[in-house]
Design a protein around this ligand. Structure first.
Ligand code: SAM
Length: 252
């Protein structure tokens, strides 16, 4: 084994340790899948814009571990262990958080949605290389897909990271969730302001804020928040509005 690979494998032990703080015990197969994912990310990033973060340690912490942070939410862990949950990742980009969640929760049914087709092509290559099953990619805008009966109110969970402010994002995400399901919004530390601005939109769309988890990424001083919104009522048919409107005119 060359020095770089040895170094990477040592850092995989560090990844394992960080995962354990979320109650995840990585198998050798899962470690290998994360390594292959990292290698593909770097290779494709050399000719398309996927991520500004390329250092191995940083990808592990800021993409892989960050994506798995939802494992801190008891309601997520309970549901994902009890049954085969369905989950959609809106604005998945290079696959965060959807791909790391699929590597860990192999029985879940995952849909990755993004409006940029070149990112979808990358994700298709990742799925093939990692031999992931029961996962689909969709090229399109959330506003368009959410109106289709195959997708509207069909998911146990909708997750999204770094896509839009909470009010806009709620309009893009909540329509996909079944009654009793959850929207999990991954946010940085500035959640309070967004929360007060997004509260009414969440209510209009049929959601209810159930929990706000504030934490630091393991062994770091990086603050993050996870917002857990439970879907209590069906989303009124007129939402989401046409593509672009939720961002231009967020619900107040
Ligand atoms: N979630 C990934 C992450 O955390 O690394 C990617 C974040 S990237 C900043 C935002 C992504 O959302 C982009 O890939 C963009 O194409 C996608 N996006 C933005 N608006 C969208 C929409 N209305 N429907 C679907 N995808 C959208």
């Amino acid at each position: 084994m060359d020095f770089c690979k040895m170094k990477d494998f040592c850092e995989m032990d560090d990844f394992q340790k960080k995962c354990k703080t979320y109650g995840i015990d990585l198998s050798e197969e899962q470690k290998k899948k994360f390594m292959d994912y990292y290698e593909l990310l770097i290779e494709w990033n050399s000719f398309m814009n996927l991520t500004a973060i390329t250092d191995f340690d940083e990808v592990i912490l800021k993409h892989f571990v960050d994506s798995l942070a939802v494992c801190q939410a008891p309601v997520f862990i309970k549901k994902v262990k009890e049954s085969k949950v369905s989950l959609i990742d809106i604005g998945t980009g290079a696959g965060f958080p959807g791909i790391p969640l699929k590597i860990i929760f192999q029985d879940s049914k995952i849909t990755l949605l993004d409006s940029l087709n070149k990112r979808i092509k990358f994700l298709d290559a990742v799925i093939e290389k990692l031999n992931l099953k029961n996962i689909e990619t969709i090229h399109g805008r959330a506003e368009d897909l959410a109106g289709k009966s195959d997708y509207r109110e069909q998911y146990d969970f909708c997750v999204s990271r770094a896509v839009a402010n909470l009010s806009t994002l709620s309009e893009l995400c909540i329509p996909f969730i079944k009654k009793g399901g959850y929207f999990v919004s991954y946010k940085s530390e500035k959640i309070r302001e967004e929360l007060s601005a997004g509260r009414n939109a969440i209510d209009i769309l049929g959601g209810k804020i159930e929990d706000v988890l504030e934490y630091q990424l393991p062994d770091s001083d990086m603050n993050r928040s996870l917002l857990l919104i439970r879907k209590e009522k069906n989303t009124p048919r007129k939402y989401p509005r046409k593509a672009g409107t939720p961002a231009k005119e967020p619900l107040l």
